[in-house]
Design a protein around this ligand. Structure first.
Ligand code: ADP
Ligand code: MG
Length: 311
């Protein structure tokens, strides 16, 4: 069945460039699948773009704030326009790393030890720095609570780097997370399927060219190597897949998501986050996972569409 589908891309978050690339891929695939496609460079200052839409479905190709965080999903709900992917609550929860981590920990999915600090309680940076250095051993990670693409994140190795790291993270969000540094290998797991019956795709191991999986490693061609399936035991693979489906369901995600982990040198996996609108660019991970089970990019996009219509 061909449909009229609006693809929202771009937006105003720090991940605008990534989203333009995701949007291009999604539009091309939907057209190849025979749908009538309207591409919209989403601008939250011009909501009439959305309010006046006359389409069967919206495909959200946005990443980060005002796109991935549930606000747009709320608007579309009010307009009774169906969309692809997770709803308001799951989107907002997944975007709030601190709240999501609490849910994971309470439900037996290991997370790295962390503390959350809000800007309004921590104007005095000297006190904040003392508090952090008291609680965490170097190195540790400082990152914005709500952001993506590794923006605003610093791996702090020396005390004198902390102030700059805090200011950088606070630029992106009023709440920041300080987290124990997990040394090890990075993997990610794509989750796909009907609500209650989601399946995890093969585990992807990420080998970044840079020291960690930063913005450049994520998006420049050759910035990182994706190894599918990850070079880990069958047992650990099962565990990661089980954690991923559980994390997806705990947050109430729908249709698809991608769950990031670090496995420490003792083979223990720690969940980092759930991405409700993971990248769909030519170098993105989710399409690689789909390819590993014999699904082309176009087939993957069509699967998202079909699953969304069922929900
Ligand atoms: N606790 C940690 N220990 C080690 N590396 C980390 C930690 N947290 C984040 N990183 C590194 O930073 C990257 C981005 O972190 P993540 O929490 O997934 O945020 P984002 O939403 O920006 O992707 C990770 O892929 C990893 O390379
Ligand atoms: Mg991540």
């Amino acid at each position: 069945m061909t449909m009229k589908i609006a693809v929202l891309y771009g937006g105003t978050s720090g991940e605008r460039e990534v989203s333009i690339s995701s949007g291009k891929g999604i539009i091309k695939a939907l057209e190849a699948n025979g749908h009538e496609v309207i591409g919209i460079d989403f601008n939250p200052e011009q909501l009439d773009q959305i309010i006046n839409l006359d389409v069967d479905l919206v495909f959200i190709g946005l990443h980060g704030k005002l796109g991935e965080d549930g606000k747009l999903q709320g608007l579309l709900d009010m307009l009774h326009i169906p969309y692809v992917g997770s709803g308001v609550l799951a989107s907002a929860l997944a975007m709030d790393k601190s709240k999501a981590k609490k849910l994971f920990a309470q439900n037996g999915i290991p997370t790295a030890d962390s503390m959350t600090y809000s800007v309004q309680d921590n104007h005095d940076r000297d006190t904040l720095i003392k508090q952090i250095l008291n609680h965490f051993e170097l190195p540790f990670v400082v990152k914005p609570n709500q952001e993506g693409s590794t923006l605003g994140l610093t791996i702090v190795k020396q005390e004198d780097e902390l102030l700059k790291a805090l200011e950088e993270a606070f630029k992106h969000d009023d709440d920041i997370i300080v987290e124990e540094y997990i040394k090890g290998r990075e993997v990610t797991v794509a989750v796909l399927g009907e609500k209650g019956n989601e399946k995890a795709l093969p585990v992807i191991e990420i080998v970044p060219k840079n020291e960690y999986y930063d913005y450049e490693s994520k998006y420049s061609p050759g910035g990182s190597e994706h190894i599918v399936p990850a070079r880990i035991s069958e047992e650990l693979t099962k565990k990661l897949q089980d954690y991923s489906v559980r994390a997806h369901q705990l947050l109430g995600c729908e249709v698809y998501s991608r769950v990031d982990f670090i496995i420490n040198d003792d083979g223990k996996p720690y969940i980092l986050e759930v991405n409700t609108l993971p990248g769909m660019t030519p170098t993105s991970l989710f399409p690689d996972a789909a390819r590993a089970i014999g699904m082309t990019y176009e087939e993957m996009i069509e699967k998202f569409v079909q699953l969304s219509l069922k929900n």
